[in-house]
Every structure is written in structure tokens, then in C-alpha cells.
Design a protein around this ligand. Sequence first.
Ligand code: SF4
Ligand code: SF4
Length: 489
Amino acid sequence: MIRDDVDSIRLGSYPVLQLIKNPAFKWLFKDLIRHVNKKRRLELLIEKYIGENGKKMSIRNYFYYFIIIVVIRIAEVISKSKENNLKASLKVRHIRILFIRSLALIYESIEEFGLPKKMLRWKSPFAVVWEISHKCNLKCKHCSAATRRIDERELNTDEAKRVIDQLAEAGVCLLLFSGGEPLLREDFFELCSHAVDKGLAIGLASNGTLITKEIAKRLKKIGFYSIQISLDGATAETHDSFRSVPGSFDKAIEGIKNCIEQEIEISVAPTITNSNCEELEEIIYLAKRIGAVGVNIYNFIPTGNGKLNSECDVGFEKRQIYLNLMHKIKEEMAGKIRISSATTMEGFRVLIENEGKSLVKVLEFFGGCPAGRAYCAIEPNGDIYPCVFMPIAVGNLRSHSLNDIWHESGVLKELRDRELLKGGCAKCDVKYACGGCRSMAYAYYNDYLESDPTCPYNKGSECGFQHSVCTSKRDISICQRQRFGKGKH
Ligand code: SF4
Ligand code: SF4
């Protein structure tokens, strides 16, 4: 048992968050994040601090500037960090923007919905992944976008820019361009530049094959600080067979190197399948060797093309082997390369087991799986999905605002309520900190509230594989019970 006092843990008992209830603090903070001349006051002050704002300040701004310097010095002493470490970090636009926008969004969310006992209710998504086009030069076996038709009603440049305006206005912090292969969209750089002008932090998920030296230079110039590049094998043989195009491994490696040459941080993103799970360790070492800063591991989720390639699914037992391996390498490589996973939510549980209760409050505050809570995805035609791997259109940006969809969608409301979870996840004592991968539940059970079937804690639990996934009309092509040796329904 990790915790025996779940109900007594209340994030609201954090002294720093109690400050938010203080009227004087509230007034000061609100004034600090207020827009002054198109930027938030805090942004102008930080620009002054890092030497990028030479303009004369008002007396009011001097007052705030003094407070900020004092807070920074105290933070540096407490954290024993070297003087100017923070200054160096804040000089990076991406970090600065994320810091300022997330502070503002968290504050505004608490102001609108109150200080939560557990999961923060976000006023707007913190991050948005935008599949700007389904066009792609590869044919990956797992691709969630590949079976979606190339949409003739793809948002055009003007519409796309209006969407970016909406995101910026709503307070979204991070816009990640994805696809298909986003670089195939002709107005890609125009849209990126518009997003930067509107004050958003931007990221990119690419297959890397089109990132020549020239393109890498443009990406750097436009403001990409970090990019995620898919790599599904430690050898060309494994990677190319999964991506179904010979030569894609070499081109991806070249793309990675071109980005690193431009000092763009690279995270390598393998999707773990039957054909590469034994190469996981080698993929991580390869990533380290070529200079990537991180490896973001994806579970194979049977959606899109993945549904047609169910043999890629590693199955329960094998998945546990690579998850354990992932946690082991993560410990061994701490400080050398970041190892994370956007889809294996049970990692939160492992983290809690290792780090103890103090972390629970923070994890519960942010709430684990962010689908439909802190993040959503946009399709090329403007449809909003709770997650790129969960093809449920909860609204379209051509006919509705992001704000309306975010607050009115019944699906999103359900995803924000952990009391509605079913099976093992419903009974789990870390469901607020983790919540399971909702897309996994949807892919396997056609029910986003079901248990995450990949979690080791769900093995043999009621949620397990009791569902008649093979005989029902559920949208899944494989019988999970049979696969995991539990016999047919
Ligand atoms: S049972 Fe569900 S909520 Fe609990 S750790 Fe596993 S995936 Fe997370
Ligand atoms: S449903 Fe949640 S955990 Fe799964 S991929 Fe989406 S955001 Fe990640």
C-alpha cells in the first residue's frame, strides 16, 4: 500500500497555494500578469531582468521588479543553485514563455474554478497538439492519422491563423505541430511564425526525414527550442520495416543531427511494438550517442493504422518487461538523458512508490493523463479530439470557439471526473495522480472511462480483460482475452 490516508492529502494545504486566497496577494498577482502594451507585465519585467528590455520603467514596475529580484535571490539560496542559473534559463524564449504563460493560466484557472482539493480544473488547455495535415511521406504501421482520409476541408492558412489567435487568447501555453508530417504543409513556417508572434511556445513532432541542414536552420530561426523525432529501432532494418519506407532510418538520423547542429534539443520517440521492444535499450543508447536530450517512449495504441496492424501489440506480459526495463534504464541514466513516456501512465505510480507521499500532492494537483483536461488535439479540419490517440470529435473550430468546446463538451467533462472511471483504475488509490491512459482504454474497450489495460496493477483485476472485446461490436480487431491467455469470451 502506498498511501493509507488518501483523503487527508489536500493540495489546498500547501502554504504557497494558500497565498492565493489572500486578497492582497491576489491583487498583486493579478496586476503582475495583466497585459500592458500587448505583453503581460511579468514578461516585461523578466525581459528587463535578462537584459532584453532597455525601456524606462514606471514606478509601479520598479516596485514589482524589486520584489522579483528578492524572490529570485531567495529561490537561488533555498535551491542552492548558482547565481544567474535562472537568468540563463529565462533567456531561452521557450522556457520564459512557458513559465509566464503557465503561471498565468494556473492562476486564472484557480480564480475561475477555485482552488481544487485534487485535480486542477484548467480554464483552457495548457498544451494543444495540432495535426496540421494528414499528408505524410511514410506509411507507419502504428500511425493514428494514416487511416484518416486526407481531408480536403483542411483548415486553410487564414483559418489556421485564426485558430492560432484563439489559442493565444485563451491562454494556451504550448502549441505542438504534428501530423502526418507537418513539414509537408506548405504554409508550415508561416503558421509557426504566426504562433510565435502571438506569444505561444511552439514544439514539433516530425519523422525527421525532411529536416535538411537548411530546414534545421529555419526551424531554429523561427523559434523551435525542442523537437521530437520518431525513431522506432536501433537499426535501419527495424525502423524502416515499421515505417514501411526504405531509407527512412538514415534520413531520420540525419535530421536529428542537423537539428542538434543548430542547438535544437531533440527527443527521440520510439513506439514500442512486437518488432522493436527488445531493442529499447539500444534505442536509448543510440539516442544518447547521437546527442538527443531525451527519449519519449510511446505505447503502441491500436488506433488508426494500428488497428489494422494488431500484431504490433506486444501484449500484457511483454509490455511489463519493457516497462520495467524502461524504469531501470531511467534510474541508471538519470542526469545523462531524460526518459519519459507520454502514454504509460502507470509511471506515475512507480514515481510515487520511489519518491513517497510528498510528490502525491503535486501529481494529484496536475492530475495524470491530461487528455481533455490540460490538453487536447486539433485535427487538420478543425475537429477537436481529447487526445491525438482518441478519435472522438468533441467539436469543430470552424463552427465553435475553443472556449465553448472546452467548457461545454460532455466527453471532456467526463474525462475530468475520475469518479467516473471503471474497473481497476476506479479502485486505484493513485487514480487522481495517474488516471491511466484514456486513449488506451478507448482503443481496447471503446470506452474512455474503462481501465487502462496496459497497467500492471490492472492484471487480473475486475477491469482486466473481462470485456467481450472480440464478440461485441466494439471497435477493436483483436481478442485481448485470447491474447493474454484468458480464453475466449
Ligand atoms: S490502475 Fe489505472 S490509475 Fe492506477 S496506476 Fe494503473 S493506470 Fe494508473
Ligand atoms: S490519453 Fe492521456 S496518457 Fe494516453 S496518450 Fe493521450 S494524453 Fe497521453
